[in-house]
Design a protein around this ligand. Structure first.
Ligand code: SF4
Length: 480
């Protein structure tokens, strides 16, 4: 797909979003929502960094109520950027927040009626749950209409309803179907101030879900703005590459109205990354001329001094003369830009024409080892070749139950080099076993200072003291 998707323009507080507006940049606080001062200060730091909307978790009614204090103090300080309440599990918290902040983000999976894993759904069961969902959603829509509050329908690959899982499985199609169920209810009630997000930690699933969503909207004459993000992208190089790959690839083809780069780092660090992606690939950007930077070379054409920097998708290939390598050249491009441009360019080039490997040149600054590692990281983020442990790590928020930034670094140091292994490090269980399903092992906050360890979807240890959990995880993995 290459045609730009022009969404409807909506307002969120004083911010115009969608249509021909610039791509809006957002992030989320990771302070406890009941810690009013810390949250206010973090929102101010985000605003100063160039963030245009800030999401704050509202895990329960108290937290939802406290949004009033946060919003008031921010306004008193002259900070008028829209606030978004992040709701999971508790529709009542959404109803309180909808009367306070400019937008609420809900997960349709929490409005869906019963949850019985083994349940089979007859057509009547399915219908019944949808009817229940209408009743559950109606009060929120009434409050949002009264207060002019927007809603983000936040679909997460890890937490689809049982009904959707039964019919579609944990798939991109299921994500679109889940969004459509909610949209149809909103349309029947005449509510149109919607944005949509379809997020996944698997980048290709995220890209596919958004493309399918656009296709479905076009088919049904809909035009809701899209929020893009790769969830649980992790930190550092890995987090930036996965985020760029998902968000940049879609922006480059004209999809996306607002973005959040989720990094397991201080939220302020997300903002320059997001700005760069918009600058490179957003609708006002000079579209990247991938063709100029990318060539398809036969292995035999690659000069011998560059050969150690080639990463092959099938590593057993080892330089057959006829293998095709995507060659991308960025003379003198600074590291932080290289990390964001090269994954997107590779993805666009590979979608255009399949190849066997990747070679990046960035002379005169980086050596072959560094460039080879970058190429391997990109192939892994694309799901084409797994060369080291993949980490699925949430960005943290007010629900986080341990110091995830520090823990993630420690886990990476001890377990970062296991080929083909996927480890999830999650601040809480919101996206729960659904996200775990994609990981071989999970390290998840269970209560303050307590960790649950998973193998696949199965809990192996519950409520371990945080200090013991990493050693137990390592033992579990090494003894498998
Ligand atoms: S998984 Fe992480 S980011 Fe998501 S709600 Fe839990 S602590 Fe927050």
């Amino acid at each position: 797909m290459s045609t730009e998707f022009i969404s409807r323009e909506i307002t969120i507080g004083n911010l115009r979003l969608g249509g021909r507006q610039p791509i809006r940049i957002q992030s989320m606080t990771n302070t406890p929502t009941l810690d009013t001062n810390a949250t206010v200060e973090q929102v101010i730091r985000l605003a100063e960094a160039g963030c245009e909307m800030v999401r704050i978790t509202a895990a329960n009614m108290h937290e939802a109520e406290n949004l009033k204090n946060i919003s008031r103090i921010l306004k008193e300080k002259g900070i008028n950027l829209p606030l978004i309440a992040d709701i999971h599990f508790m529709p009542k918290a959404a109803e309180i927040a909808a009367g306070i902040v400019e937008k609420v983000r809900i997960n349709p999976g929490n409005y869906s009626g019963s949850h019985h894993k083994a349940k089979k759904y007859s057509a009547a069961d399915y219908r019944k749950e949808l009817d229940e969902m209408v009743l559950n959603v109606e009060p929120l829509l009434n409050i949002c209409t009264r207060h002019n509050t927007a809603i983000r329908i936040g679909i997460n690959h890890g937490s689809l309803s049982d009904r959707i899982l039964y019919k579609y499985g944990n798939t991109a199609e299921g994500m679109v179907a889940s969004a459509m169920e909610f949209i149809q209810i909103c349309r029947k009630k005449g509510f149109g101030k919607l944005t949509l997000s379809l997020k996944a930690s698997n980048v290709q699933t995220m890209i596919l879900a958004n493309r399918l969503m656009v296709r479905e909207m076009l088919k049904q004459g809909m035009d809701y703005p899209l929020h893009l993000g790769v969830t649980e992208a992790g930190n550092g190089t890995e987090g930036r590459i996965k985020s760029a790959l998902g968000i940049g690839s879609l922006l480059a083809e004209g999809i996306g109205d607002t973005i959040r780069v989720s990094l397991t780092e201080a939220p302020e660090k997300e903002i320059p990354v997001a700005h760069r992606l918009v600058e490179f690939y957003g609708r006002r950007a000079t579209k990247p001329d991938v063709k100029k930077r990318v060539q398809y070379l036969k292995s035999g054409e690659i000069p011998s001094h560059q050969r150690t920097a080639v990463a092959f998708i099938d590593e057993t290939k080892n330089f057959p003369e006829e293998a095709v390598v995507i060659f991308m050249s960025y003379p003198g491009l600074p590291e932080e830009e290289l990390l964001l441009r090269s994954p997107v360019d590779f993805n666009l080039a590979y979608e255009n024409k399949k190849a066997d490997g990747l070679l990046i040149a960035n002379g005169p600054y980086r050596n072959n080892q560094h460039l080879g590692e970058l190429a391997l990281e990109i192939l892994q983020a694309c799901g084409l070749h797994y060369s080291h442990t993949e980490f699925i790590a949430c960005p943290s928020c007010g629900r986080t139950l341990f110091d995830i930034e520090k823990v993630l670094e420690k886990v990476k140091k001890r377990l970062g080099n296991i080929k083909g292994l996927k480890i999830a490090v999650m601040g809480c269980l919101v996206n729960g076993p659904g996200e775990m399903a994609g990981a071989d092992y999970g390290f998840t906050g269970a209560a303050p200072g307590k960790i649950n360890l998973y193998k696949g979807e199965k809990i192996i240890f519950r409520n371990l003291p945080e200090a013991e959990a990493l050693a137990k995880l390592e033992k579990l993995i090494r003894e498998k």
